[in-house]
Design a protein around this ligand. Sequence first.
Ligand code: NAP
Length: 515
Amino acid sequence: MIELRSFLQGQWKTGAGRKATLVNPTNGEPVAETSTEGLDLVAALRHARDVGGPALGAMTFAERGEVLKRMSKALHEVRDQLIEASILNGGTTRSDAKFDIDGATGTLAYYAGLGKRLGDVRYLVEGEGEQLTRSPRWWARHVRVPLRGVAVHVNAFNFPAWGLAEKAAVALLAGMPVVSKPATSTALLAYRVMERLVEADVLPPGALSLVCGSTGDMLEHLGREDVLAFTGSGSTGTLLRGLRNVVGRSVRVNVEADSLNAAVLCEDVEPGDEVFQMFVRDTAREITQKAGQKCTATRRIFVPPALIDSVQQALVEELAQVKVGDPSLDEVRMGPLATRQQLEDVQAGIRRLLDAGSRRVTEDEPRLHGASRDGGFFVMPTLLRADSPRDAVAVHEHEVFGPVATLMPYGTAEEAVDLVALGEGGLVSSVYGSDADRLRTMVLGLAAHSGRVLIGSKKVADQATAPGMVLPSCVHGGPGRAGGGEELGGERGLAFYTQRTALQGDRPLLDKILG
Ligand code: NAP
């Protein structure tokens, strides 16, 4: 049994007392255990603020970028070991593990490049400034300086490597030290990531700490210059942003939560054409990649009535090709869900959608490769169909966090937007078609309800990234149910970790001060 430790105050520390057990989701067997009982997590926050903050604050963006570059390289060097940890404790296929791990190293490398571009400065100046009165000397500039506190990152179980790295990359580049907490159930991979970063000695002192297990009362000690970035369920997000000290001390909070992402096929698409094929390929991938345990996975599929039977047939055929089973086998394309709790939640979620007016159109017969249903947490790719989308209320309000999506008809472009909006705010919507007039109504309508809109059209059918792929250069987050947060987006992501301040003064003097 592997014993996970936490990396606090520059040292590995082992918790005492009752330990949480991490299992292999393919067979349910225990693989690791961890506890934070007895660890002084409040002292860890202080250490980050007092040691990590000044160390990062003394560095320029270019120097912090160098740190991120070394982190990315150090992790890439042990890619195979990280993949093994992901398969063992996350139940991911090799391809799903790479999605997480390469996403982590890629995001670190992207922000390393941004640091290089921002150069040898320690603060950001926005725009040329503004004249404030008739006098051309009385001037204002807006600057961004790093907050002096600590950034606490609480992550979901589904991306232990990317979740840690994407948040840390932005905070460290901005100049804030990080205390990162992976979800306990799949923390082995995050632990291996941290082990490697410590071993490679690439981090400034106090810049990054890792909490493997419960946060205890740590979050109740966040103060006015600290920030909290959370990814997970809407209910935990609501709880954390409502903490007394968080509200009372105006601790900045970013929440990335649930999302009923939608894919919409336009009327101008013909069965079998390249956009149709792209739509089917993307949608099947979104249902099955990481066994549907992606915040950006497609949950609702909207198709014109004339195309719905062709889409159903194509998706059922595509999903039938997906071999499910032991994720360490080369031929297996979808592994188990990450935990027993996940299995129970997904099974209950499917029942809820069926009770609310959907029917199953894929087979439920388990055909597992190299694994058995006893012990393993398997659910087959599941396509449901609801012919009266407005009556199937649960489809628009309950996120089944597994390989499950519901196919529904829509009439006009305006109706498609209204149906997507029933999800009350999502991370990503995708629209497939090539007619600009039709797309304009759809895309601009969907933009109000989505953090990102992907347009799949003829000319990019063979080169577009999938809707579920989060890229560091584009914002990640969404309104309403999705948490109302925003991460990444290149330089935009730095805003969360910095204070924007208006400097008013004599224009030449301001120019001299800012260099
Ligand atoms: P979760 O149960 O809310 O847990 C998320 C994180 O919060 C875990 O690290 C968990 O730690 C921690 N946590 C739970 N209760 C806490 C408390 N009282 N105090 C401090 N920390 C606490 O969510 P999950 O099951 O891991 O993730 C699934 C959900 O996340 C899905 O609904 C999905 O939509 C959402 N998600 C959203 C995004 C996005 O980017 N928007 C990405 C991925 C997932 P423990 O594990 O130690 O309990």
